[in-house]
Design a protein around this ligand. Structure first.
Ligand code: SAM
Length: 148
């Protein structure tokens, strides 16, 4: 996921990414390797504790929604299939910079059509051609850029 974001972000873009549903913070190592700063968001206090212990900066879902920070990209790894409401996806899109990218996988395809329709309806451009076919074991991806 982070490779696709790196390859599609303009060079001038800020380097801070938000990891929605960061869980235990497993994205941190790769994010650092690729030169990104990453902020994790998770509603679960025990997940936040573990991710912080790993060295990730983490905030609660409520703090994320109320914070007016702009991010270069948002990732959602093994989160989208859990969602009964797509409010967190909409909120993440609103937090993206004008060059921003949203990317997530939909385990077993759950919510793929719904998230794609939401982001397309908000004016996003699909980056599906950038997502290599070796990712399919994680379920289909949604990858949308704000700018054409
Ligand atoms: C299956 S884990 C995935 C963790 C991590 N992203 C990964 O790939 O290992 C899903 C995480 O999403 C969090 N979560 C559940 N509902 C959420 C929501 N509405 N917004 C943000 N995170 C949520 C859970 O607390 C959990 O940590």
């Amino acid at each position: 996921m982070l490779n696709v974001i790196r390859d599609n972000l303009p060079r001038s873009a800020t380097r801070t990414i938000v990891d929605l549903g960061c869980g235990t913070g497993v994205s941190l190592v790769v994010a650092r390797e690729l030169g990104f700063d990453i902020v994790g968001v998770d509603p679960c206090p025990s997940m936040r504790r573990i991710a912080r212990a790993r060295g990730m900066q983490v905030i609660s879902s409520r703090a994320f929604a109320n914070r007016h920070q702009e991010y270069a990209a948002a990732i959602a790894s093994y989160l989208l299939h859990l969602l009964a409401s797509l409010d967190v996806v909409r909120s993440a899109w609103e937090h993206l910079s004008p060059d921003g990218i949203f990317m997530g996988n939909c385990h077993k395809g759950v919510n793929h059509a719904e998230v794609s329709a939401l982001l397309g309806g908000l004016g996003g451009t699909s980056l599906r051609h950038s997502v290599s076919s070796d990712c399919v074991s994680h379920g289909p991806y949604v990858a949308f850029a704000k700018r054409n």
